[in-house]
Design a protein around this ligand. Sequence first.
Ligand SMILES: [Zn+2]
Length: 271
Amino acid sequence: MTPSTYKIRQTICEVGQRLYRFRMVASNDGNISYRIDDDHIIATPTGVCKGDMTPEGLVTVDIHGRVQGGGHPSSELAMHLFIYQQRPDVSAVVHAHPIYATAFATAGLAMNECVLPEIVITLGAIPLAQYGTPSTHELPESLRPYVHDHDAILLANHGAVTFGRDLWDAYFKMERLEHYAQILFLARQLGGERGLASPEVEKLREIRQKFGLSGPTPECIVADMRRQHDHDCTCGKHTHASETDIERLIDEIYQELKHDFWPERRSGRSN
Ligand SMILES: [Zn+2]
């Protein structure tokens, strides 16, 4: 175990502790992995609470899932391997069962609406993959329609998976997803969220492009919103900020986010 590998293992344990502490997993649920090179992955072991892992207890597997060191890897390893195979830019995967996000997944609800600017910029639309039996190849197959264009995916009747350039990138996407799910849930208790109109969404798309996020784009119903906006929609569901407001909003968000997100987006692997 090299010093750099040990540091990665420590980070996986720290991410696991946060998942457990923030109730995004229960008991032994959830799994985390990190791609250390083109052929090798460090993954969490099966049957261990994510809050109680040790660096020495993690498992090394090759890209085909064959164990190279340690005990038995997570039963959802196939899902992690599928994501690595489909996304060369991804170096870390986090799977969890966050309460609110899983509630949406259980209710059959994707989170595709353009509601919060930060979510549009950072995660885009969050699709719902159809149900696949856990620990079988049904689960990775369910991701196939979405894995290339999204970094956060709900798993029907199961949970969620997020991935990114490093462990913290993948973890914070899960945390952000769950936070958004809580807000969306509460907004619906208060009469329903008010979606951003297409001009605002288009500005947010531009910010995504500034960050180099050309892949995962929101598929939220921009066309429908634009059509309703163009026809001077009076349905009350869409906000209509002035151009000045939008420009100010975009600038504020960009200034706030540029130091927080992807300072070296997809420019290499690190933990
Ligand atoms: Zn699961």
